[in-house]
Design a protein around this ligand. Structure first.
Ligand SMILES: Cc1cc2nc3c(=O)[nH]c(=O)nc-3n(C[C@H](O)[C@H](O)[C@H](O)COP(=O)(O)OP(=O)(O)OC[C@H]3O[C@@H](n4cnc5c(N)ncnc54)[C@H](O)[C@@H]3O)c2cc1C
Ligand SMILES: *[C@@H]1O[C@H](CO)[C@@H](O)[C@H](O)[C@H]1NC(C)=O
Ligand SMILES: *[C@@H]1O[C@H](CO)[C@@H](O)[C@H](O)[C@H]1NC(C)=O
Ligand SMILES: *[C@@H]1O[C@H](CO)[C@@H](O)[C@H](O)[C@H]1NC(C)=O
Ligand SMILES: *[C@@H]1O[C@H](CO)[C@@H](O)[C@H](O)[C@H]1NC(C)=O
Ligand SMILES: *[C@@H]1O[C@H](CO)[C@@H](O)[C@H](O)[C@H]1NC(C)=O
Ligand SMILES: *[C@@H]1O[C@H](CO)[C@@H](O)[C@H](O)[C@H]1NC(C)=O
Ligand SMILES: *[C@@H]1O[C@H](CO)[C@@H](O)[C@H](O)[C@H]1NC(C)=O
Ligand SMILES: *[C@@H]1O[C@H](CO)[C@@H](O)[C@H](O)[C@H]1NC(C)=O
Length: 584
């Protein structure tokens, strides 16, 4: 142990910070795609990082008019979807944000607002090829510069940023292709026990769902993906699990991925599938983004274009708490039967939008009758239809439902809730007692009803928390923190959230788990919650492919609690320590 520590210290001591010549030479090897980054909002401020500067009214006008647009945030490097990735959470003076209150276009910088770098990486490469990533790993290894990876920038856990880090921005890996008979490379042509391969789509590391759904529609097939336009299909979504409202029937993204092309920290472009590097393939199927390598493309199974029954049922938004609990009780009582029939969707305290690729209109209406009756009796609305394909679901429900929270820091708390709890009266009442606590928080209940309930795959083939395969609901909620909140406001909101995370853990015990992508970043029992019994094996694979720890992120495989004291994590570490102290 002592020898290992010494060796690590020595290699760190040998690393010197890169000279400008070293940066220039790196820039040459990535064809000039190395950039300095500062917050896009900086153009609106006359002082940046303490020094006076000229404002740029044209650039500032663009930032302001685009401020709430998720596409703008996904397509520009130095701005993220969630403000916690830009701001330094533990130091409100270290950020550069515009006032986004009430979802209005951002006005000019508020009086007294300051502008500093925050957590935005000061350098990044606009990655266009695997070689760019190899060059970055070599550079990071030589100079000891911490790396981070950003794709769409949607992550809620600040795993896509990092104060002082050097970022690999993968958004511009945009290739896409369809293969009617895909066989994983290196596998025999009869690998799938037939003369033909499987129908599959290959998507570059930065392609988002809007692009995949458009391509799938044009080519008449269905891609099982997330409920958002700008989340990336090969990035954090896929590598941490990836749920869809069709997952109850068709599995998680991690269940459906057949192959990755990934640059590992040794700089090699590797193929990971059942025949090549199967341990890496398994780790990328749930072990989390930004951990084992940089994925330059993934290939996933697709389905035929299929009609989908959609039920959109709601009670009035201003329903009393008693009515909301009555609605939630019906949701808890009905979900097991719904899941057995193939439904998945999203449930709140006043609504459901469920979908089902197995039922026709009459069967769908009959199945939803109890919910329709209750909703109408409470003055609500119900609409059950059958649409020709996922494309109409995407256009009709996903896109109109998207609300960007640009500039707001949004924090989630969630729990995979075992099906066994839905099978007993005692289990159902524990769930309702927890939901009651969420409403009193006060917060909205949000349940992705998206576990791979009917999926027939082998749970051991992915590395997501095994609780995914024995759960029925992914029971979630969120809190938002204002752009200009004080440190004390932040501590108080996040301590309260973390206390609720503990209540969620207590509700299910170890039979439940937490989806790492929609978890509270201050989750204390994170190794167990995010990966359950898969954690130890994932850590072995991490050490095999990234022995120098070139890729690291907050509460990713390889992270240890003492790392919260590192400079790199000082923006979240102080917050974690304060919360841990408050919740001793
Ligand atoms: C509006 C919204 C809707 C969502 N809907 C869903 C949903 O329906 N289903 C669901 O399961 N989740 C959903 N999520 C959660 C989403 O899966 C996570 O936020 C996820 O981390 C986003 O991944 P990304 O690559 O798009 O984003 P980023 O924030 O850019 O990256 C996320 C993580 O993955 C790493 N990463 C990204 N790209 C790569 C790569 N090419 N190689 C290696 N590492 C990489 C990053 O380092 C980071 O750790 C939603 C989130 C939001 C904000
Ligand atoms: C990298 O090179 C390009 C092209 O020469 C240049 O535009 C860019 O500013 C350089 N990046 C850095 C960080 O110097
Ligand atoms: C934050 O800004 C809003 C205006 O958007 C203002 O009403 C509020 O008082 C500010 N809060 C703090 C803590 O400064
Ligand atoms: C700005 O700061 C000054 C000095 O601290 C204070 O007097 C003033 O009220 C502040 N203005 C706003 C809008 O917060
Ligand atoms: C994208 O596709 C083109 C054409 O097939 C190919 O030359 C290029 O290498 C691909 N890029 C990546 C990053 O895979
Ligand atoms: C699309 O695929 C479906 C299901 O396989 C098929 O019934 C339909 O005819 C196809 N449509 C077109 C335009 O090819
Ligand atoms: C909800 O709003 C409607 C329409 O504004 C109103 O008629 C109704 O009384 C309200 N219900 C409650 C419980 O406040
Ligand atoms: C029901 O939903 C469909 C889309 O699925 C929509 O076209 C239709 O207008 C809706 N009907 C009502 C009454 O809202
Ligand atoms: C934590 O939640 C419990 C209820 O589950 C409550 O009694 C307690 O006061 C909370 N503590 C804090 C610090 O919020």
């Amino acid at each position: 142990m002592a020898v290992v520590v010494l060796a690590a210290l020595c290699s760190f001591a040998l690393a010197s910070s890169p000279s400008s010549h070293a940066w220039d030479s790196l820039n040459n090897s990535v064809d000039g795609r190395l950039y300095h980054a500062r917050p896009v909002e900086a153009s609106c401020f006359s002082i940046f990082d303490g020094s006076p500067q000229a404002t740029d009214s044209t650039a500032c006008a663009t930032v302001r008019s685009s401020y709430l647009d998720a596409y703008y945030r996904a397509d520009s490097f130095p701005i993220y979807q969630q403000a916690q990735s830009s701001m330094c959470l533990s130091d409100p003076s270290d950020q550069c944000l515009l006032d986004n209150a009430d979802g209005a276009p951002a006005p000019l910088p508020a009086a007294n607002a300051t502008c500093s770098q925050g957590s935005i990486p000061p350098h990044y490469i606009d990655v266009r090829a695997a070689e760019d990533v190899s060059a970055a790993f070599e550079f990071a290894s030589k100079y000891g510069v911490g790396l981070s990876v950003k794709n769409s920038g949607h992550d809620y856990l600040m795993r896509n940023d990092g104060k002082g880090t050097f970022n690999l921005w993968t958004r511009n890996l945009r290739n896409m292709s369809y293969d009617a008979a895909f066989v994983p490379s290196g596998c025999a042509s009869t690998f799938y026990h037939a003369t033909h391969g499987k129908r599959a789509i290959t998507v570059g590391g930065g392609v988002n769902f809007d692009e995949v759904y458009t391509f799938a529609h044009a080519n008449n097939f269905t891609y099982i993906g997330g409920y958002a336009s700008t989340v990336a299909a090969s990035g954090g979504w896929l590598q941490a699990g990836g749920h869809s409202t069709l997952s109850p029937v068709y599995g998680l993204g991690a269940d459906r991925v057949l192959q990755f092309k990934v640059v590992t920290p040794d700089g090699l472009l590797r193929t990971a599938n059942e025949c090549h590097n199967p341990d890496l393939y398994w780790a990328l199927r749930g072990g989390g983004g930004g951990t084992f390598g940089v994925v330059v493309e993934s290939t996933s199974l697709v389905e035929s274009a299929i009609p989908i029954a959609v039920a959109s049922i709601s009670i009035p938004k201003n329903a009393t708490k008693a009515s909301q609990m009555q609605w939630l009780e019906l949701m808890v009582d009905s979900s097991l039967e719904w899941a057995q029939e193939g439904w998945g969707g999203h449930i709140s305290q006043v609504s459901l939008v469920n979908m089902n690729p197995l039922l026709d209109l009459a069967a769908a209406k009959a199945s939803m009758q109890n919910a329709i009756t209750l909703a109408l009796s409470l003055g609500g609305k119900a609409n059950v239809t059958v649409v020709p394909s996922w494309w109409e679901v995407y256009q009709g429900f996903v896109v109109p439902g998207e609300a960007t929270t640009g500039g707001t820091a949004r924090f989630l708390n969630s729990r995979l809730t075992p099906r066994k709890m839905f099978e007993s009266a005692a289990g159902r009442s524990s769930i309702l007692a927890y939901l009651d606590q969420v409403l009193d928080f006060p917060a909205a209940v949000y349940v992705p009803f998206t576990t791979p309930f009917l999926w027939q795959g082998d749970p051991a083939s992915t590395s997501v928390n095994p609780a995914w395969y024995t759960s029925l609901w992914h029971t979630a909620m969120h809190v938002d923190i204002a752009w200009n909140s004080t440190y004390d406001d932040r501590v108080s909101a996040l301590t309260k959230l973390t206390n609720l995370t503990r209540a969620a853990e207590a509700m299910t015990g170890l039979a439940g788990g937490t989806y790492m992508n929609e978890a509270n970043p201050f989750t204390q029992n994170w190794k167990q919650d995010f990966w359950g019994t898969n954690y130890d094996r994932l850590l072995e694979i991490k050490k095999k492919y990234d022995p120098k720890g070139l890729l690291e992120c907050w509460k990713c495989i390889g992270f240890e609690d003492e790392d919260m004291h590192d400079d790199r994590y000082k923006c979240h570490g102080k917050m974690q320590q304060t919360i841990d102290h408050a919740l001793l």
